[in-house]
Design a protein around this ligand. Sequence first.
Ligand code: PEP
Ligand code: MN
Length: 373
Amino acid sequence: MPPESRGVTLQTNLYYANNRRNSKGSSSKGMAIISGPCSAETEEQVVQTAQRLAATGKIDMLRAGIWKPRTKPGMFEGIGAKGLPWLQQAKKLTGLPTTVEVATGKQVQDALTFDVDVLWIGARTTVNPFSVQEVADALRGIDVPVMIKNPVNPDMELWSGAVERVARAGIKQIGLIHRGFSSYGNTEYRNAPMWHIAIDMKLKYPGMPMINDPSHICGRRDILLEIMQKAVDLDYDGLMVESHIDPDKAWSDAKQQVTPEQLKEMLDKIIWRKEDINSEEYHAALEKLRQQINHLDDELMQILSQRMKIAEQIGQYKKENNITILQTNRWNEIIEKAFAKGEKNGLSKEFIMKYFDAVHMESINHQKKVMDS
Ligand code: PEP
Ligand code: MN
């Protein structure tokens, strides 16, 4: 029996967003904007947040946490299933589809009973394969879109493992939410974005919408816009931003929430970028520059290959004289010089470090091959 269709689809929502924003003459490629409180607290709070969000004309879906896995005991752990009719009511009054976080099979059933349109798996659940499997098993045979947040730790395998578990349960519409990764000690962010992990997931699953959650990355409202703009620049498909009618009084995540009107103001400030344009001039200019890059990449490859051949010759000498491959002093000398040169040539210290580490490792491998031969 084919899974029962529930009508609202994640992709369709994204396309609606596309059409709506484009028909308004905006230059945005039409990201889906999901917003709502961190937690549902009272019926009035849910309904009023939804109404004020809907009034901005910029929101595609209402979010609210009903069950909240919290780091410490004693924190507000969510209002529970009693908040689900509030979301139903908010949907009825505003027409906004709804999404909630689910962490157990029972929560999946409860959410679906109350017509939640899209489910999401939270960061503290994605880390746990047993929990993800329980949610996936509860989803079997149901056609509902599911968004999967990255796990709390920077492990792409866990994230894609969760995607595979949900996909194997027969879920066709899977979205990804990038909410950053926790680390020890205070940093600028509550959860470091580590954009490269999300970009790798985007490349691995090109058909899955990638949604950015700036609220949990930032942990504070003053830098939300910066992260939102970066997500737009990196061609994300949506944003999930926490909003509250009275953010400072929110029962959870107060510091990172904004009012619906503040969210609208931020969305108005974003410079929307398109993936492409229909201009011959632009494409010709781009093509020319790309050819130059291809040419330089070829040259770099040849130079690197020459460098490795010399490393092999060094390996041969070391072998004949029984000398260790790793020579710490020599390496420190190379890196110091490279930092200084890199800086003069506009290359960051971080890049120089990564580049030389990679080259050094490859060089060691080449020398090792010679030694072992
Ligand atoms: C949330 O969205 O409110 C939440 C708990 O997020 P995360 O799973 O990213 O911590
Ligand atoms: Mn939250």
